[in-house]
Write a protein that binds this ligand. Structure first.
Ligand code: ZN
Length: 198
């Protein structure tokens, strides 16, 4: 791609590092950006920088947010006694889209995977157990139905059961190996409503 000149090449190179962006898409995006009005480009680049600077973990549920407490944790009309445990912020967003769940969340930021060397201490599990010292009635485990997700679910249920807090697992209407975020809202709702006690 020498014929593009180094500035364009640099932009294409940076864009192609993003997930799901191949060489062709990176080129298309790069030329699109160059063709955009200057203000729009500035607004895009400052949105990226300011998100990176200001986004952090919610001090309660560990989702990504730009406040000390995320909008869900700070909402008094949510049921703070029911905690749904998800693997990442995108899974949480998928459940929020159903608009039918009024509890709160706990975001693990990963799943236990002995194969990848990810153990219980590498995800936000200690933080979950700490929250359970408060007034909690139910923990709904909504990790993915992948091997890692199931391993994590089993591990959590073993930790939670001795506390006497109700622990449930979403129904397996979710296809095996399926990422929660790719599953439609009706399937998610069915999985939630059909959850079983562990
Ligand atoms: Zn939160």
């Amino acid at each position: 791609m020498e014929y593009y000149g180094s500035q364009i090449n640099k932009l294409i190179e940076e864009l192609s590092r993003l997930p799901g962006i191949g060489a062709k898409s990176a080129q298309r995006l790069a030329f699109h950006i160059i063709g955009m009005p200057r203000e729009q480009v500035e607004s895009l680049s400052s949105a990226i920088i300011s998100a990176k600077t200001n986004v952090r973990y919610c001090s309660c549920c560990y989702t990504l947010t730009d406040e000390e407490l995320c909008p869900i944790c700070s909402n008094p009309s949510r049921n703070h006694k029911v905690i749904m445990v998800v693997e990442n912020t995108r899974d949480m967003a998928a459940y929020e889209k159903t608009q039918k769940y009024d509890g709160v969340y706990h975001v693990l930021h990963g799943a236990i995977s002995p194969m990848l060397g990810i153990g219980p201490n590498d995800i936000k599990l200690k933080e979950l157990m700490k929250r359970l010292e408060g007034d909690v009635e139910e923990v709904i485990i909504a990790t993915n139905s992948s091997l890692e997700g199931e391993t994590t679910a089993m591990y959590i249920s073993k930790l939670v059961k001795p506390t006497g807090i109700k622990v449930s697992r979403i129904a397996s209407g979710v296809p095996v190996g399926g990422d929660l975020e790719n599953i439609d809202e009706i399937t998610l709702l069915r999985a939630l409503e059909g959850r079983t006690l562990l």
